[in-house]
Design a protein around this ligand. Sequence first.
Ligand code: FAD
Ligand code: DLZ
Ligand code: SF4
Length: 509
Amino acid sequence: MVKRLILVLGDQLSDDLSALREADKDSDLIVMAEVKDEASYVKHHPRKIALVFSAMRHFAEKLREDGWQVAYGKYDDENTSTSIVGELMRRGQEHDTTEVLATRPGEWRLIEALENAPLSVSLMPDDRFICSLDEFDDWAEGRKSLRMEYFYREMRRKTGLLMEGDEPAGGKWNFDHDNRKPASDDMLRAGPMEFTPDETTEEVLDLVEKHFPSNFGKLRPFNYAVTQGQARRALDHFAKNLLAEFGDYQDAMLRGDEYLNHSLLSQYLNLGLLSPLEICQRIEQEWKDGNAPINAVEGYIRQIIGWREYMRGIYFREGPDYVHRNALGHTRDLPAMYWGGETKMACVEHAVAQTRDLAYAHHIQRLMVTGNFALLAGLDPHQLHEWYLAVYHDAYEWVEAPNVIGMSQYADDGIIASKPYVSSGNYIDKMSDYCKDCAYSVKDKTGDNACPFNLLYWDFMVRHREKFSNNPRMAQMYSTWDRMKDDRKEAVRDGAARILDRLDKGEVV
Ligand code: FAD
Ligand code: DLZ
Ligand code: SF4
């Protein structure tokens, strides 16, 4: 006799999930399901679907080994419902119960579906984070601006990570000043850890190949960790082999090295296979043991206890309409180049090709190449949000939306970013090796050969002058523009208009 159904979603694969802690092995039934609605609310990258399904199947197996009763609906079982709520109702009818216990999902869409379901659903807080949502609201309440840096210091104090008493280790909270070097392609790096697919994963790969043939992205070779044990090995590999230079090359971009010193752990962390604290303690240990410098370790820990926690706090604080914000009134359709269509811009071409092949691009590629171009060209932020949600293996709305709508597109009117993340081609040239093989010239500021980022940068600044001219962090750029000769200004704006016109006509840019 089953008393309650315990829902475990595809990104809730953690032993210490709040709903599991509360559940009873003898009388409760765990429900997990691969359902059409979750697999298609955006056209996810095939690797992401395969990663989620394979990790779900492995987790269900582990739960059974631990003595739980698990009702698992596979995608191609004909009885599996098309939605999470449908699946709960089906299992409820089978076992004559309407009681459901779940950990709160990471997306408003699913929270609302569960709250409105004709079932008796109890939602528990998702406490796999360092900062609870109430704690975040307490921190945010009454502040004029919600800058991540101050929130991050609170998280350092709360966790004790890199703290010496009340003071930050090394005498500074933030060592970014020592980071951000360009990389050269003659450096050998270990690369991320790869895992050979087992039988379960092979079965999932065949399923994804069959059911999602037209989704953007390459499925194979598929070499992800799909269990907690494997994810921990990936963490260990990063800590030992790549962490020490993480800070130095955090912002660098190289054609021949898509991963550089990045950890490739967000996809495991967001599924629940790793916890934020376990990662950060492992990373801190490398510093304590003298194996990694403070700039690398502090920079890394900040991304997780700072940025990641902060993004989640903002997503839930701002509410379901956040993904529809459009403070700059941008309406241009996403051009085909984002889906692998032709472009002459080597940087965009490379970032998108890498995204197609690996479901991965690192932070600076997402922010300063595809994000930067979208913002400069005035692309519709909601379409862009759906693109980012679809194409990356770590994309879940609670973390993707604040990064895209807030940090990258300034569509939330500056809640996250104190100024728009825009740059001309200079920044990309400094941090990457893209420009040397580009059809455009990064040195040209005007003319048909000029890098589109150079033209669109100034055009963006002028178009949004009213909004940004009072921002002290942008004052210098406006005075540079004002000092430019009129004929140069005209050439820049004409060049930008030609590019935007080509985008509108669907022509190659
Ligand atoms: P590393 O460079 O090794 O960083 C370490 C960890 O820090 C990451 O694994 C991640 O968990 C965390 N982290 C770093 N930056 C951020 C950030 N800004 N927000 C939240 N966590 C962060 N991250 C996602 O997890 N899912 C997304 O859908 C996502 N979408 C993004 C969209 C845009 C436009 C931008 C600019 C950033 C986005 N990020 C997203 C943040 C960041 O790009 C990825 O977390 C990172 O690239 C993952 O690769 P990694 O594990 O190798 O990260
Ligand atoms: C991302 C995803 C996919 C592709 N498929 C499933 C699924 O079939 N079943 C499931 O329980 N979860 C899936 N997920 C993860 C959910 O979309 C995720 O739980 C919500 O978006 C909330 O973050
Ligand atoms: Fe990108 Fe401009 Fe460099 Fe070409 S020249 S790679 S478009 S930044």
